[in-house]
Design a protein around this ligand. Structure first.
Ligand SMILES: [Zn+2]
Length: 323
């Protein structure tokens, strides 16, 4: 990539916007339009991270690092310069494309009664919830045609993982949930792998902006768990999309004073509980109160509600949760 292309890339991704898309919040204004906030690159308690949106530069007085958006991506994602550039190029192109895809799948959802029936069977009934999660449906066999008609080239669609190498829609008969920079697809058919993501990171905690402000947060491993809890009125719920949290998700949970209730699956082999125990220890080391919720054997929050559990009953499990 030549100098000009790098300059174009930087110009198309303003540092401030990129930081805020990664949950950075300006805490205090300075002169000449500059801002201070907590440093996303090191453990920061006093805002020591300075951002100059006019020059698109940052500098941290705590860890002494600074530079442009590419330097930030290198440090934040812990990759080398060429990977950081590649990462930013994909980020620049992927966001509008994924929005378009998610919108297309939302329209499909209402045309396919199978999709509605599947959600119903998983306990998801509230139109407000379907709207809140922007749930869509990928029937397969129609996305590629629609996107190419809109002018998106096949190599771009392949690179985004929306179309397979041989040119078919990657998501077929899947309920689709838009994530930050990705799409999660849950298969309706038992013959296909149940969970799919597009290539790339799964992003931060699901709907963290909403859950963040609560002093008590419920963390679940799957989006269907998230859905039934939200529907039952627990809007302080978030989801890690698996029992293993990435570094960003862990940082998010630790970004304030709160109690975290870990409501992972009560798998018969104990793997969910083990993951919860392990995570609760790491959280406690960071000064976060963490409690493990005991679901009835073999249940996850989704099956708990599907099989007749209600909000009051789940509340009593929260109250009985042990640190
Ligand atoms: Zn720093």
């Amino acid at each position: 990539m030549n100098r000009q292309a790098l300059d174009d890339l930087k110009q198309q991704i303003p540092l401030m916007g990129y930081l805020q898309a990664h949950d950075w919040q300006p805490a205090r204004p300075l002169s000449r339009g500059r801002w201070m906030g907590l440093c996303p690159l090191h453990e920061d308690r006093q805002p020591s991270f300075l951002v100059d949106p006019n020059q698109d530069l940052f500098y941290c007085y705590g860890c002494g690092r600074g530079g442009d958006v590419i330097r930030f991506a290198e440090l934040y994602h812990q990759v080398k310069f060429p990977q950081a550039v590649e990462w930013l190029r994909q980020w620049r192109g992927a966001e509008p494309l994924l929005h378009e895809v998610a919108r297309f799948y939302r329209v499909q959802f209402h045309r396919h009664s199978k999709a509605v029936a599947y959600l119903y069977q998983r306990g998801i009934r509230s139109p407000a919830l379907i709207e809140h999660m922007q749930i869509g449906y990928a029937p397969g066999g129609c996305l590629r045609g629609w996107l190419t008609q809109l002018g998106h080239s096949l190599p771009i669609l392949r690179q985004a993982g929306l179309v397979t190498d041989v040119g078919y829609d990657a998501y077929v008969r899947r309920i689709v949930f838009p994530l930050e920079g990705n799409l999660y697809g849950r298969s309706l058919s038992a013959a296909a792998p149940p969970h799919r993501f597009l290539p790339g990171a799964k992003g931060g905690l699901y709907s963290w902006k909403q859950a963040q402000s609560y002093p008590e947060v419920i963390l679940v491993e799957g989006l269907f768990d998230y859905a039934v809890l939200w529907q039952a009125g627990f809007h302080n719920v978030t989801c890690s999309l698996g029992t293993h949290l990435n570094a960003r998700q862990f940082r998010q949970l630790c970004d304030g004073t709160r109690t975290v209730y870990l409501a992972f699956d009560a798998d018969r082999n104990g793997s969910g509980q083990q993951a919860a125990q392990c995570l609760s220890r790491s959280l406690r080391e960071r000064g976060i109160t963490a409690c493990c919720v005991s679901l009835p054997d073999g249940h996850d929050p989704n099956s708990f509600f599907v099989q007749g559990g209600d909000a009051r009953h789940f509340q009593s499990l929260l109250e009985a949760a042990l640190p």
